[in-house]
Design a protein around this ligand. Structure first.
Ligand code: UDP
Ligand code: MG
Length: 317
């Protein structure tokens, strides 16, 4: 295989229905670029027929396709890193398997990279997702804008292009909870963004339920900033100041008015509020401690079970 110029990395998790549809659009779009390319599919521990589909896809495009099979589900971003670790191209593009990212837009991303940018992010101009997903993204984007210095319009879009050195840096980063848009932005000297299309999922349903999305957002916030902890310290200080005033006021009442039972429930309400703030603080600290735990444990991010690619097949023969 001559060294490809372009490497496409696609994470695959329970996508047996979308893979044939993706194949029908991806390969014509890549052929139209007239540049040598490879497509690396990372099967992120799917339990459906995705692996069989991928093997067939490989047999139809043996010179371009490489299939990385992971031992178990590692999550979208770790799966992409598994793909990143074996890329051969100079320009790397990631996209989702479900055709929400139109493969035809790869051309525009590559053109923008060639203008001299080291990463190019897609911005989903007309996003086709459920209303609550868009709401979560808007909130998460707004919060991230405030607490980090990361300035990207659409952190959730995975149709993105990277120069090889950025991808190598991401692979070399031993983070336990990687979030690729944030990491690539961190390493980039000259990032750019362009509008890309966005479509409804071609088949199946999103694997991100409410809980997974919440986790992803916690990871994003705690991995890119300590501001949540600092905000919490400030809230704690403000509350202790208010509580001190309350204690003084109650103290005076006790002295000048005497014992009184009124306002007991008000005090309970205030107490519950303070206790819940304290518990939230514990949880927040727990988020960071949990991340530290994951980091020091140093487990591998993913375990590769098998790589299907042409050179290997030749050696085996
Ligand atoms: N994906 C993955 N591992 C996972 C979850 C998702 O590799 O644990 C892949 C999935 O196959 C798809 C992409 O990541 O190619 C985006 O997933 P999905 O469409 O479910 O998410 P959404 O588009 O709703 O953000
Ligand atoms: Mg999707």
């Amino acid at each position: 295989m001559t060294a490809p110029y372009l490497s496409i990395v696609i994470p695959v998790y329970h996508e047996e229905k979308t893979l044939p549809l993706l194949e029908a659009r991806l390969f014509p779009a890549l052929d139209a670029l007239h540049k040598p390319y490879e497509v690396i599919f990372v099967n992120d521990g799917s339990k459906d027929g995705s692996q069989a589909q991928l093997e067939m896809l490989f047999s139809r495009h043996p010179a371009q396709v490489r299939v990385v099979q992971l031992m178990r589900n590692a999550g979208q971003h770790k799966a992409i890193i598994a793909g990143f670790s074996i890329v051969r191209g100079q320009v790397i593009v990631t996209l989702d398997c479900d055709l929400q990212n139109p493969p035809e837009d790869i051309a525009a991303l590559v053109a923008k990279i060639e203008e001299g940018h080291d990463i190019v992010g897609g911005v989903r101009a007309n996003r086709h997702d459920s209303a609550w997903r868009k709401l979560v993204s808007r909130m998460s984007n707004a919060l991230r804008e405030r607490i980090t210095n990361m300035r990207i319009k659409d952190q959730g879009c995975m149709l993105r292009a990277y120069r090889r050195d950025i991808v190598d840096l991401i692979v070399a980063s031993p983070e336990a909870t990687p979030f690729i848009p944030e990491m690539s932005w961190y390493f980039a000297a000259n990032p750019a963004e362009i509008n890309v299309g966005h479509e409804h999922r071609a088949a199946g349903t999103s694997t991100y339920n409410f809980y997974r999305l919440l986790r992803l957002n916690f990871d994003l916030m705690t991995s890119s900033s300590l501001v949540p902890l600092q905000i919490f310290t400030l809230v704690g200080m403000a509350l202790s100041f208010a509580s001190t005033l309350l204690v003084i006021y109650m103290g005076f009442r006790r002295i000048f008015i005497g014992p009184e039972a009124e306002g007991v429930f008000t005090l309970f309400a205030i107490l519950f509020l303070l206790v819940s703030v304290a518990i939230t603080g514990l949880g927040l600290i727990g988020e960071y401690v949990g991340r530290i735990y994951l980091e020091v444990r140093r487990r591998p991010h993913y375990v590769v079970k098998h790589i299907t690619e042409q050179t290997e097949e030749r050696n085996a023969a």
